[in-house]
Ligand binder design. Structure first.
Ligand SMILES: *[C@@H]1O[C@H](CO)[C@@H](O)[C@H](O)[C@H]1NC(C)=O
Ligand SMILES: *[C@@H]1O[C@H](CO)[C@@H](O)[C@H](O)[C@H]1NC(C)=O
Ligand SMILES: *[C@@H]1O[C@H](CO)[C@@H](O)[C@H](O)[C@H]1NC(C)=O
Ligand SMILES: *[C@@H]1O[C@H](CO)[C@@H](O)[C@H](O)[C@H]1NC(C)=O
Ligand SMILES: *[C@@H]1O[C@H](CO)[C@@H](O)[C@H](O)[C@H]1NC(C)=O
Ligand SMILES: *[C@@H]1O[C@H](CO)[C@@H](O)[C@H](O)[C@H]1NC(C)=O
Ligand SMILES: *[C@@H]1O[C@H](CO)[C@@H](O)[C@H](O)[C@H]1NC(C)=O
Length: 564
């Protein structure tokens, strides 16, 4: 890896005239599970999108003016009718893989492949004239390429206005391209561009045109420790592509950096001429496999001189770069990505950053008098053995873990009438990896129950497949439930009777390895609320209030925590 000396720090503005002032910032700029970021710069605003797999709403879109403060502005998938095929995903992390966001001729485009449990189902192209308006993303253009089993699409417009889609192709383990009519979905003959430098999984292609060259950047090495960004270029869009002699241009493989798995990069140029890149990275810890936030979005400055190759600065927690001036002048109702939640619920809809796992049940919730009333689903967070996403739904409302250290707490009023009725809070990765603290009716008595489910977790972590602890609740009074990340590798579950001053009872702890990897290696931990009849059609609604998520620190290097 080429390390840039500090002497090169001020040559980052390559248009010549200005010497940019560099400022400090920390990675990840968009923390929490937001893998495969793709970003675009339009006038004075930056936009990024990330993969969202089975989560709904999907394809979250973030905007920033200063590259440091990012606001969640919309979800390109916000209405079930846009992608009815969510119901056909049985796996824990299928669906919406690696999107690309671009701007062309007054419109924003997000292209993505929708992955079934088996082969890719179809490609989808979402468009918006105004991504600050969540409703602006309509039904996508869909098309399938049966002769070309592919994913991770990029969309690129050449100077003549022709759009090209560049994809990873499973059969050849390489990268092909085809022209696309973005109005009709008709597409032309595909051809091979480059297969990368020979590492596994040459994927996540992005194409750029600069100084008369077509540049093709790839992710290689798989989305783990060997992840990297490689690049090649050609004077002709169809090739032949000449690989850069010093590939990879960006990686942390073979190092013990805190930020690992750096790759799946995208490049963009700000309005003053500076180049930047986004990538995914996994923050590691001292405890192996304790990476609950999974693959997050990082930012790095890039030197890209005329006629030369791009030189990204290596990804670390503490970074410097010629950032635009600080600004929070970004429209929209969604929260900033590191903002805390303090909700007394109101209005008709949930905040933009709240998600469900798979499509939620119809009539999942009502909001009334500051309370979120959640109606039980027969399926619990794991579901019955016969769980079938075509008909089964999970009554779950959550949000991403976005800080290494945080406290999530919520009031719950719930008097379950029949045995099995349960509601509470959860730390959730997949249906087979979650830890829940709830109130449950067990044979007529009201109990607080802490239960961990790790049947999908990595066996090498030696996590018990299931643990249960029950604490009798003496009175039918409300409780305040809490999950706290007390370190980068441990969560503590507790509750207290609602009356202020009552003692908090710690019911259990779990290691972060429970909600990392296993059957959810591509996704990341969520916290949220659930309500279930545990197989039965429960009737008692669960009433939640004072939803609070408070960030209490980001780890940006081994044992280095910066304020929330
Ligand atoms: C930026 O970071 C450097 C070290 O990484 C530090 O010496 C400097 O004081 C920081 N500047 C500001 C303005 O915080
Ligand atoms: C997507 O869902 C629709 C509606 O259920 C169905 O007709 C179609 O076959 C599905 N597409 C694929 C590729 O499975
Ligand atoms: C990529 O791999 C395919 C299949 O092996 C091969 O036909 C093609 O020539 C390769 N492309 C390049 C640029 O080497
Ligand atoms: C929510 O309601 C509680 C109790 O009524 C009140 O103490 C608190 O200030 C409210 N919080 C917000 C953010 O409105
Ligand atoms: C609850 O919300 C559903 C829509 O999700 C609505 O049909 C129903 O009338 C609401 N119930 C109450 C009591 O507000
Ligand atoms: C509930 O009662 C049934 C039948 O008596 C018994 O088998 C079961 O173990 C009881 N469950 C609990 C949680 O006490
Ligand atoms: C979830 O519900 C199923 C019945 O649908 C039940 O067998 C299972 O024990 C429940 N799991 C938990 C964690 O309560």
């Amino acid at each position: 890896m080429k390390v840039l000396s500090s002497a090169t720090c001020c040559a980052l503005t390559l248009l010549g005239a200005v010497t940019a002032q560099e400022s400090n910032y920390t990675n990840p700029v968009i923390p929490g599970y937001r893998p495969d970021p793709s970003c675009v710069s339009v006038k004075d605003t930056f936009y990024c999108v990330s993969s969202s797999f089975n989560h709904f709403p999907g394809l979250p879109v973030y905007a920033s003016k200063d590259l440091v403060n990012w606001r969640h502005i919309s979800n390109a998938i916000h209405d079930q009718s846009q992608i009815a095929n969510y119901t056909q995903l049985h796996g824990q992390q299928r669906g919406v893989y690696a999107p690309t966001i671009r701007y062309h001729d007054g419109k924003f485009y997000i292209i993505v492949t929708f992955m079934s449990d088996g082969p890719p189902m179809f490609n989808a192209l979402f468009t918006s004239d105004d991504p600050f308006n969540p409703q602006s993303w309509g039904p996508p253009l869909k098309w399938s390429t049966p002769e070309l089993s592919s994913f991770d699409p990029d969309i690129f417009w050449d100077d003549d206005g022709q759009a090209y889609v560049t994809v990873h192709v499973f059969d050849i383990v390489g990268v092909n391209q085809y022209p696309l009519n973005t109005a009709t979905g008709e597409y032309g003959q595909n051809y091979n561009l480059w297969n990368g430098t020979g590492a596994v999984w040459p994927e996540g292609p992005h194409m750029y045109k600069k100084d008369g060259f077509y540049y093709l950047m790839l992710a290689e090495g798989g989305t783990g420790p060997d992840h990297m960004a490689t690049i090649a270029r050609s004077k002709n869009i169809k090739g032949p592509y000449q690989p850069y002699e010093n590939n990879p241009i960006l990686t942390n493989r073979g190092t013990d950096e805190y930020f690992q798995a750096v790759g799946h990069a995208d490049l963009f140029q700000d309005s003053t001429g500076n180049w930047w890149g986004s990538a995914l990275s996994v923050r590691t810890g001292r405890v192996a496999g304790a990476t609950p936030m999974g693959r997050e979005t990082v930012l790095y400055p890039v030197m890209w001189e005329e006629g030369g190759w791009p030189h990204p600065r290596p990804v670390r927690g503490f970074m410097r770069g010629p950032l635009p001036p600080p600004s929070k002048d970004v429209p929209g109702k969604g929260p900033w990505v590191t903002e805390d939640d303090h909700y007394n619920f109101s209005g008709l809809s949930l905040p933009l950053h709240f998600v469900h796992f798979r499509l939620p049940p119809a009539n999942l919730y009502n909001i009334s008098d500051g309370r979120l009333i959640v109606h039980q689903s027969p399926s619990n967070l794991t579901g019955p053995e016969t769980f079938d996403p075509e008909k089964d739904r999970i009554a779950f409302i959550g949000r991403r873990q976005t800080h290494t250290l945080f406290t999530f707490s919520v009031d719950l009023e719930f008097t379950p009438r029949t045995s099995g009725e349960e509601a509470g809070i959860t730390l959730f990765l997949t249906q087979y990896q979650h830890a829940d603290l709830g109130i449950i009716n067990l044979n007529g008595t009201r109990q607080a129950r802490f239960r961990t489910t790790a049947v999908g977790a990595d066996s090498w972590k030696n996590i018990p497949r299931e643990t249960t602890k029950v604490v009798p609740l003496s009175r039918d009074q409300p409780v305040r439930l809490q999950i706290q990340a007390v370190s980068d590798s441990e969560y503590e579950f507790s509750f207290r009777a609602d009356a202020e001053g009552t003692e908090r009872v710690v019911v259990g702890t779990v290691g972060a390895g429970l909600v990392a990897g296993g059957m959810g290696q591509f996704i990341g931990a969520l916290v949220g609320v659930y309500a279930t009849g545990n197989g039965a059609e429960g009737v008692t609604p669960a009433s939640f209030a004072r939803w609070e998520y408070e960030g209490q620190g980001q780890m940006v290097d081994y044992d280095v925590v910066v304020g929330s």
